[in-house]
Each structure stands twice: as C-alpha cells, then as structure tokens.
Design a binder for this molecule. Structure first.
Ligand code: ADP
Ligand code: MG
Length: 444
C-alpha cells in the first residue's frame, strides 16, 4: 500500500493519512518514528462501553473451547448470528487470509460449534491482510460477538490534524471499506470537521456530521449523543485516533447506531497519566528489541539493516543513519541515548544491538554535550565485560570529556584478555565508512 495520498486531497488526506494502522508483527516491524500505543479491538470495545457508546455484546477468547463457551452464552442470551474476529493490530481482517488456509479473519457463524471450528483455524496461525506485511500477524485471541443486522455501513473517526491544529472528525457514508481507498477514488465522500479543543463537539458540529452521514433531523439527537461520547473518550484517554469502521446503522431503528469495529491509538507522551490503558499493551506483539529497549528506558526503533547505531540526539541519529546508507551500509536501528542515559543503560543498549543477529557491526557516534563521552566509554567497557562484544565496534567520540572517554577505551583495549575489536575514529564520515567497510569485507 502506498504511504502517501495525492496532495490534491488536502486536508482529508492529512486526516486520513494519520489513520494508518500500525502492524507490529514480531520480527517484522513497522519502521516508523511515531509510536502510539494501539489496543486490540476487544480492548477498544471495552473502553467504548465504559463511555456509554453502543457496541455489540461479546467477549474475547484465547482457545477454541473458550470461543465456543462465549458463543453458547450469546446464543442463550438471544443472539441469532455470531461473529468471530481475529484479534490483530492491523485492519482489513475481513478480507485477509490465515496461514491455516482459512480465508477471512472475520467470520459470520450460526452455531457455537461453527465458531469453535473456525477459531481452531485462527488461533495460533498468522493473519495476512492488506495492512500487514507478507508474513502477517499472529492471532493469539479471537473476539466473539453477537451479529447485528446492518442496514448501512458508515465511517467515523476522530484524529488530530496538524493543518487545523486541532482534533477533526472524519465522516463518510462509504463505511466498511478502506478509507484510504475512498480518499483516492471519491474524496468528496469524506467530510472533515475541525473541533474546537476548548469547547469540544458543539450541537452544531454534531448535527453537521450527522447530516453529512445521511441521517435526517429526527435522528440527530441519538447520533449526536454517540458522537459526543466518542469525543469525550478521545480527550479523556489522550487518544490520537479513534476510528470506527463500520459505524453501522442497524435494523433496530433509523437512529440505532453501533460501533461494529474500533481502532484506538493513544499518545505515548500521556503514558504517565494513562497507566491503566498502557498496562493493557500486549508486549508479545512488540518487536522484542523494542520491548527490551522500552524497559531500559531507551529511545529505540528497530530497522532491518546490518549496522547497529548508538547515537546521542535524534538529529545526529538521523544523520548517522543517512551517512551509513550513503556509504553502502544499512542501519539496523534508530537509537538515541539522549543526554540522561546512565552507564547501565548504555550497556543495555549494546546488549540489544548485539542480540539482533542481522547486526554485523556497531557504530557509536557521540557528540558529547549533556551526555559525557567518558560515560559512553564506561558503558562500552561495561558492555564488553558483561555482554562480551563479539562484533566490530567503530567509535566516534567528540565533545564533553572526549579525552577521558578515549583514555578509558584505550586502557580497556590494553588491559584485557577478552579482546574487543574497536576502532576509535575522530571524523564522523570516516567512522561511518569504517563501519560500512566491516560489512563489505564480511560479504566478500
Ligand atoms: P476489518 O475492518 O478488520 O475487516 P471489521 O470488524 O470491520 O474488520 O469486520 C469486517 C466486516 O464484517 C464489517 O464491515 C461488517 O460488514 C462485518 N461485521 C463485523 N462485525 C459484525 C457484527 N457484529 N455483525 C454483523 N456484521 C459484522
Ligand atoms: Mg473494519
């Protein structure tokens, strides 16, 4: 899937772009800088319920037998159809394929036995959709829902939009399908309404959106109530995205709307005040390197190259990645140790870099300011003791306490029986070339 929509789509495109989901298959990471907590659909649905938003009845299951039990209960409570849904972080599940051979990650079933049989072909397999890579994402859980009779599928989302510097509500009558495709083929079908952050969703906003969604005036009160509650959740939970697709009109009444699918992402910067939400994150879905870095308090993003980078400052980290690329290497990660990292964290960073079996050499690029070169050097030495650095290391240190840093490394190189392959190089570009050369000699 393309990552950019045509410029002519303007604001709608900006809003729609920020709706992109973040697949996070272990070992096959999405290479993006912005990191938002994403919850599984069943967790998002629980949250919606708490805010009085209409969602189908149902519960999550980790085994086929548990899925059977939920289905059985829903049947006894009066459900006619049952819907079984794979829980992965990517969308497009309905049209996806499982590695068991099953087609469709969302199944309509009529009996609990059917639910159990399909669940057996879902749990433990990987689901490949338009939004995952070719390996798909592992399905560990399924959600069993009562079926609802959908009269019309609409699209509704609340996202932050830079061009308005505010949240916007994105609404479309073209629900149930990929919104990016709608944005490309029928941009006029997407309505974007900025919301004043000070006042929230006004009656006028809610009415305008309801009308844009094709409801008539008699439906406005109930639809607005749902819109306002969604917005309340968006603000109270520090969400960056609440996406409901489909936002469905059911056969109960013309204004009986229901959030049939939900995708919510949250701002990582709000972690300190959203601890309950963040504790729901499933770390098994995270890149294991990122999970370890996260624990150590390191700012790390996994990439798929072969040169590990340990840098201080995001700008220098970006420049380092660029220069590696320029000289024929490929960065294995973005890692900014910042100004506040301690020796243990630096050692942990080396451990994470070396644990990645694609990494053939490590380039350390430190411009000491707040971060002192001697502290980095001590981290390198500690890592060499504890982790046993086996791959070549190219170190470029400059700035605060650079002499002391170089001395620490030089002493370590002399007084040891555990040999480490370190080259200390003063010049940034020469250091990058040296790191890339280790790969080239590796290949030939
Ligand atoms: P995805 O977007 O990942 O494909 P959805 O949850 O949107 O997953 O499901 C795909 C489609 O399945 C929906 O657009 C809807 O048509 C149908 N569907 C999902 N849940 C239900 C339900 N509880 N009742 C009826 N139809 C449903
Ligand atoms: Mg959907």
């Amino acid at each position: 899937m393309s990552t950019l929509l045509p410029q002519r789509l303007g604001v709608a495109a900006v809003a729609v772009r920020s709706l992109r989901r973040a697949p996070a298959a272990p070992g096959h990471q999405l290479h993006q800088q912005l990191r938002f907590l994403s919850l599984q659909e069943y967790q998002s649905k629980d949250l919606l319920r708490r805010y009085g938003i209409n969602v189908q009845k149902g519960a999550v299951a980790s085994t086929a037998d548990e899925a059977f039990a939920v289905a059985d209960r829903l049947k006894r409570e009066g459900a006619t159809d049952l819907i079984l849904k794979c829980q992965i972080l990517a969308g497009g599940r309905g049209k996806g394929t499982l590695t068991s051979g099953l087609r469709g990650g969302v199944k309509i079933c009529s009996t609990p036995t059917e639910v159990r049989d399909f669940a057996k072909d879902m749990i433990g397999y990987r689901l490949i959709t338009q939004q995952t890579d070719e390996l798909g994402e592992e399905v560990n859980k399924v959600l069993v829902h009562e079926g609802v009779n959908i009269v019309k599928e609409l699209y509704l989302a609340i996202v932050l939009d830079r061009s308005y510097a505010s949240p916007v509500i994105v609404a479309s009558t073209q629900g149930g399908m990929d919104i990016e495709q709608v944005a490309e083929t029928d941009p006029d079908a997407i309505h974007v309404r900025p919301i004043d952050i000070d006042t929230g969703v006004s009656d006028n906003d809610a009415r305008a959106i309801a009308l844009a969604l094709g409801f008539d005036d008699s439906c406005v009160p109930k639809v607005s109530q749902q819109l306002k509650r969604l917005y309340e959740l968006f603000v109270a939970c520090d969400a960056t995205q609440v996406e409901i697709n489909p936002f469905a009109i059911t056969d109960v009444a013309p204004d009986a709307v229901m959030c049939v699918d939900a995708k919510i992402a949250f701002d990582d910067s709000a972690k300190y005040r959203q601890q309950e939400l963040f504790s729901m994150e499933d770390e098994s879905l995270m890149d294991p390197r990122e999970a370890a870095a996260h624990k150590a308090g390191l700012n790390y993003i996994g990439l798929d190259g072969n040169i590990g980078c340990l840098v201080n400052g995001a700008g220098l980290a970006m420049a380092t990645m660029d220069i590696i690329k320029l000289h024929g290497g490929s960065p294995a990660n973005f890692l900014d140790v910042g100004g506040g990292a301690n020796r243990q964290q630096v050692a942990e960073a080396f451990r994470i870099l070396q644990a990645d079996d694609k990494v053939r050499s490590i380039l350390v690029n430190i411009f000491g300011g707040i971060m002192r070169c001697d502290l980095i050097a001590e981290g390198i030495v500690q890592a060499a003791e504890e982790v046993e650095l086996k791959i070549p290391l190219v170190v470029r240190l400059n700035g605060t306490n650079v002499e002391k840093g170089r001395r620490i490394i030089a002493e370590r190189m002399v007084n040891t029986d555990k040999k480490i392959d370190i080259q200390v190089i003063d010049d940034f570009e020469e250091a990058a070339k040296a790191a890339c050369a280790t790969i080239q000699s590796d290949v030939t």
